[in-house]
Ligand binder design. Structure first.
Ligand code: DHB
Ligand code: MG
Length: 224
């Protein structure tokens, strides 16, 4: 899986591409140096997120779970008009992410909002209500998995019709299919799948993925 990722990515995202391979590598190496966990999306998954933002012509992207900002850098490169609002609970992670944004030249297109998602998202919703900012066309949820559904629900009220909501890590090496689990990550994945399935406002699918980040998957939902 890793060999296929490396081969295809090297051809489809050559040195002259945006974001630059140097900026991406810096984000990963700086994150590692500062002790952040190695759980960012893979290069190919990052590129997938950027291409979704391009397809959607997204001006406003919401991310929940910044970590070192690796996926953020990808999405912020969708177009010069794309702005990413990224929510991070951990101050240290947010600081490392800001360093990575500087290096990638996207600091002016990324706003990091520090705090727990369920505290920050209502504030962002209020800013939209007051006309201080626009609604979102793309949402990427990659934070504490127990809150997956809460984040989808909070994001729904802030999305345009036709917006896309992507939830990371819902397959977890196949554990999504286990009915009896005490793993809170799997519980969070199952809940978001089941709740989206019941929700008339959303139409979703789980896309299983393999690659250098092992076997996992995205839940992809479109806001009707
Ligand atoms: C974990 C979290 C992630 O967002 C991810 O992509 C992989 C692993 C984790 O918490 O283990
Ligand atoms: Mg993830």
């Amino acid at each position: 899986w890793t060999a296929v990722d490396r081969y295809s990515f090297s051809h489809l995202h050559p040195k002259s591409s945006n974001p630059s391979p140097e900026a991406l590598e810096y984000a990963l190496s700086n994150s590692e140096e500062k002790g952040l966990p190695d759980i960012a999306v893979s290069p190919s998954q990052g590129k997938f997120l950027m291409l979704q933002a391009k397809l959607l012509k997204a001006k406003n992207v919401l991310e929940i779970g910044t970590l070192g900002g690796y996926s953020t850098i990808w999405m912020a490169n969708a177009s010069p008009e794309t702005k990413v609002t990224s929510v991070e609970v951990d101050k240290r992670r947010a600081e490392v992410a800001q360093e990575n944004f500087q290096k990638a030249g996207v600091s002016d297109r990324v706003e990091v909002r520090l705090g727990p998602g369920m505290e920050v998202l209502p504030q962002v919703a209020e800013e939209i209500k007051q006309g201080k900012r626009g609604k979102f066309q793309l949402v990427f949820i990659d934070a504490d998995k127990q809150n997956n559904w809460n984040y989808v629900e909070a994001a729904l009220g802030m999305c345009d019709s036709g917006a896309e909501i992507i939830v990371d890590n819902v397959v977890r090496q196949g554990k999504l299919a286990l009915e009896n689990t005490e793993d809170p990550g799997i519980e969070g994945a199952r809940k978001v799948v089941e709740m989206i399935g019941k929700d008339d406002r959303l139409d979703g699918v789980v896309l299983q993925t393999v690659g250098e980040k092992s076997y996992d998957g995205f839940l992809i939902a479109v806001v009707k």
